[in-house]
Design a protein around this ligand. Structure first.
Ligand code: GLN
Length: 548
């Protein structure tokens, strides 16, 4: 019988439910259990694909091409159970499915209602994830308990044990226990209220995970337990970690969470193997190199807009025992202040994906700066398109070269709409999405990074290198390091006679893990480490040692 864990959040949003759910998944997998993760989001958009990064942060893309919430990135980085379209549902998707059934007459003339029709639909998507070979399904409910929007989801998970048995379900509530400086104490009242709210709708949490800045005393734990109708052992502290997110799962183990979960669900399992995560923390605490990478994006000030890219840079740092300092540079600032002022101190420059015209010229200037100053460069999706535009303009005399996304009348449309995109008018879920195979050319940085010639990477774009210009670019020295297997679509370009200039049309950041850095990020960070070493050598040579 598949077991179900439901994770809800209380008191405030952004409390770290995604990371905590992913950590629980990771700990159960480390105990040898088969886990599947799922997120249910209360907003009405059908998926986050059409939402602004300011609203939602990054859109995370799965192999099957679904555009999902960024918490699925945490899930994939921490756990190994496959994620699919069924791993993320929004209120919009649930209602859409119910309304489509209603239009087809499938409700046989009945009045269609939130209970039971919407809640049945929600339960069916939870059930679907549990149908695979799996021991535990972890379903995270987005939003905060008390929101109007999340009520149907909460009602559905309240009903769930009635269908599958109480013994097969576990409710975990993540809450905030704030520290009031003026009073010099932790405050448990918001948690009491939040749990009170859950109980009003019929859910008694089995485990409370308390986010806090200060340790929770025994008395406070007992107080929370008493007011929330729990045993004190079921009140787990999750103290803020300012060193690394990888401390989170390890601290949850120390506080007995995994033990408690398997006991409550009656799951036979061995103690968790935490060696890979201990090793990660050891590497992070004992770096042998220190480097800095500039990420030049339109939304650089938004910490979640390039989430997977920042994480992937960290993974590559872990791989190379390097501490990676990330400088978030607003591409529009480069247009105003010039690349030298903003980029000169960095050991590597990365231009990520994006949409829309704002800051494009700043990105093109960043590419030019990296190419001319021989700074390791990594372009991703729009970053690759900018690399092509820059190369065309600077080295081939293609004045005004551009992508037709930004200049419909450019004299040199070096980046143009993919053929398959020409007829598309609907926005959501209509890009070239998901895993696509590519072939790598021998002797390229890309091929040596992957150590193989056949790869599969995830995509999310409408525009592509314009093949009309292929020959011309090749003549001027651009290397087409990777293409679709039929050779039609350019997937990777490189600039030779440069320490490391690789730009890709896909999104490698969606396939990097802390325990297994993505080869291209690893290659990029390696090149940045080498550049830093060369620069240090140069400075040392320029400053002869003092005579004794
Ligand atoms: N806007 C570009 C396109 O649609 C790049 C997309 C991206 O960077 N994800 O092709």
């Amino acid at each position: 019988m598949t077991k179900h864990i439901f994770v809800t959040g209380g008191v405030v949003s952004s409390i770290g439910k995604g990371l905590t759910s992913a950590s629980i998944g990771m700990l159960l997998e480390a105990r040898g259990l088969r886990v599947r993760m799922q997120k249910l989001d209360p907003y009405i958009n059908v998926d986050p694909g059409t939402m602004s990064p300011y609203q939602h942060g990054e859109v995370y893309v799965l192999d099957d091409g679904s555009e999902t919430d960024l918490d699925l990135g945490h899930y994939e980085r921490f756990t190994n159970g496959p994620l699919t379209r069924d791993s993320n549902y929004t209120t919009g998707q649930i209602y859409l499915a119910v309304i489509e059934k209603e239009r087809k007459g499938q409700f046989l003339g009945k009045t269609v209602q939130v209970i039971p029709h919407i809640t049945d639909e929600i339960k069916s998507v939870i059930r679907k994830v549990g149908e695979h070979d799996v021991d535990v399904v972890i379903t995270e409910i987005g939003g905060t308990v008390g929101d109007i929007e999340s009520l149907p989801f909460l009602e559905a998970i309240r009903q769930y044990p009635l269908d599958v048995g109480k013994e097969n379900c576990l409710y975990i509530h993540l809450t905030l226990v704030p520290y009031l400086k003026a009073a010099g104490e932790l405050k448990t009242k918001p948690t009491q209220h939040s749990v009170g709210h859950l109980r009003q709708i019929g859910i008694q949490p089995d485990i409370l995970i308390c986010r806090c800045e200060q340790p929770i005393s025994r008395e406070d734990r007992e107080k929370i337990a008493l007011f929330c109708n729990l045993s004190p052992q079921a009140v787990i502290e999750e103290r803020d970690k300012d060193f690394s997110i990888y401390e989170v799962p390890l601290s949850l183990v120390n506080n007995g969470l995994d033990e408690l979960i398997v006991k409550r669900l009656g799951l036979a399992s061995s103690p968790p193997d935490l060696e890979p995560y201990n090793d990660i923390l050891h590497r992070l605490r004992n770096p042998q190199h220190e480097i800095s990478i500039a990420v030049v994006g339109k939304y650089a000030e938004h910490k979640d807009a390039y989430k997977s890219i920042y994480e992937s840079l960290d993974h590559a740092g872990i791989h190379h025992h390097a501490q990676v300092r990330i400088g978030r540079i607003q591409s529009a600032d480069i247009e105003n202040e010039g690349p030298e002022r903003l980029l000169s101190g960095f050991d590597g420059i990365l231009v990520p994906g994006g949409f829309g015209e704002r800051g494009i010229e700043g990105k093109v200037q960043a590419v030019q700066y990296a190419r001319e100053k021989e700074i390791p460069f990594f372009g991703i999706c729009l970053g690759m398109q900018c690399a092509v535009i820059e190369f065309g303009r600077s080295l081939m005399g293609l004045e005004g070269a551009h992508s037709t996304e930004f200049d419909k009348n450019t004299p040199h449309p070096v980046i143009c709409l993919l053929n398959e995109q020409r007829e598309i008018t609907q926005m959501g879920g209509t890009m070239r999405l998901g895993a696509q195979p590519a072939k790598l050319a021998a002797g390229t940085h890309a091929q040596s990074a992957y150590g193989q010639t056949d790869i599969v990477e995830r995509h999310r774009h409408r525009y592509e290198f314009n093949n009309v210009y292929r020959q011309q670019f090749e003549t001027h020295g651009m290397t087409f390091a990777g293409t679709s297997p039929d050779g039609q679509l350019v997937e990777i370009v490189e600039v030779p006679h440069h320490p490391w200039f690789v730009a890709v049309q896909f999104h490698p950041e969606f396939k990097s893990k802390p325990t297994k850095a993505h080869p291209l990020f690893a290659g990029f960070i390696q090149a940045a480490i080498e550049r830093r070493a060369r620069r240090q050598k140069k400075t040392m040579a320029a400053e002869p040692s003092q005579p004794v």
